[in-house]
Design a protein around this ligand. Structure first.
Ligand code: HEM
Length: 346
């Protein structure tokens, strides 16, 4: 199979070879501003009218923007996600993991690694990193799943309505959380009076960070339990294997900003390109799971820390744990790897 394919039915290119994915992600002629293209190509007028607020917020996510706008917007949150943050949060993440694993012993009716481990740990860690006080764990995951469902199928009016409802509720929640916080760091853009920018930054990080890290935690636990000699394998190796074979987010998208020759094909200006993040089996090259280039994931160090702490603690506490039958239930979203349920026997 060629590594660059034009799908004329869906009207997009698929790049599915790691070296070519890297080439696209580091080529400035590909723009990240893809939503306008996919909304105009795939979403109906009903969605544009009824869900204008949703589309407006998603278009404001800076993961959608190119330089120089992107550079300036990213700077605000990049400063927050510094090494200092990890040093400060490390002990609290240890506590979150310990408390979550303690609670498993008290559970009756079986343990589900998604509901009982991955969801609470990911929500509490992201809440901690963003300085959120009033966390409703299942609510946060419902919001992020509703947004993920629409972003993966932008032609569905029913999913657009649910995603818009989620973003409206998140905006309310963010307004309450940020009111009264010091006008620095993440709260700064909101307190400058640019409320929509604050909502956009926070919804992007809550959604982007939660959906992906919960999936990574579930996938990493699954991979750990599938490894026969797991006591002899470093958890870092298990996580790396998951990131290469089953990146939580399978694709990112780009739009050609000019006519571009790539792998003996001609991509025309304005065409949509889906870039696969799966692969990169050669350990000498970095995994693509967190992207590459100027949009490289800001939350990567936090997520890696949280996943390493969880796997080490889980392995220490439950060395005989196993996957239960009936086994793992994959989640129904085609754009992500991960599980809806992952029953365990401890
Ligand atoms: C397993 C966990 C995670 C995965 C797999 C992941 C994946 C990614 C990927 C692939 C991108 C690049 C998107 C692109 O190039 O279009 C990205 C960007 C981003 N991620 Fe993550 N992410 C994770 C966790 C987090 C967390 C915990 C946060 C923050 C709380 C976060 C915040 C961001 C932000 C703000 C961007 C946009 C960066 C930019 O546009 O400059 N991510 N992430």
């Amino acid at each position: 199979m060629p590594s660059l394919t034009w799908f004329s039915d869906l009207e997009y290119w698929l790049v599915d070879e790691p070296a070519l994915s890297r080439a696209v992600l580091t080529d400035d002629r590909f723009s990240s501003s893809t939503l306008n293209t996919s909304f105009s190509r795939f979403s109906s007028g009903h969605i544009h009218q009824e869900c204008a607020y949703l589309l407006d917020i998603l278009r404001r996510w800076y993961v959608e923007h190119d330089p120089p706008q992107h550079t300036a917007e990213r700077r605000v949150t990049q400063a927050h996600f510094s090494r200092g943050l990890l040093t400060r949060l490390g002990p609290a993440i240890n506590d979150i993991v310990d408390e979550t694993l303690d609670a498993l012993s008290a559970r009756t009716g079986g343990v589900d690694a998604v509901r009982d481990i991955a969801e609470p740990v990911s929500a509490r860690v992201i809440g901690l990193a963003l300085g959120l006080q009033r966390l409703d764990i299942s609510q946060l995951h419902r919001w992020s799943a509703d947004i993920a469902a629409f972003v993966s199928a932008v032609y569905r009016l029913d999913l657009a309505r649910k995603a818009q409802q989620a973003v409206l509720e998140m905006a309310d929640f963010i307004r309450q959380e940020l009111t009264g916080q010091a006008a620095e760091g993440l709260a700064g853009r909101y307190q400058d009076g640019d409320f929509l920018a604050g909502v956009a930054d926070h919804t992007m990080m809550l959604f982007g960070g939660l959906e992906t890290s919960a999936r990574l935690l579930g996938l990493a636990l699954w991979e750990l339990l599938c490894t026969s000699d797991r006591a002899a394998v470093e958890v870092e190796e298990i996580i790396d294997r998951v990131l290469r074979r089953y990146p939580p987010l399978k694709y990112v998208s780009r739009v050609a900003a000019a006519d571009i020759e790539l792998a003996d094909r001609r991509i025309r200006a304005g065409e949509l390109v889906m870039v696969s993040l799966t692969g990169a089996e050669d350990v000498a090259t970095p995994a693509l799971a967190f992207g590459m280039g100027r949009h490289f994931c800001l939350g990567m160090p936090l997520t890696m820390l949280e996943t390493t702490i969880l796997l080490n603690a889980f392995q220490r506490r439950f060395p005989d744990a196993a996957l239960a039958a009936p086994n793992a239930e994959p989640s129904g979203n085609h754009a992500y790897h991960g599980f809806h349920r992952l029953p365990l026997v401890l």
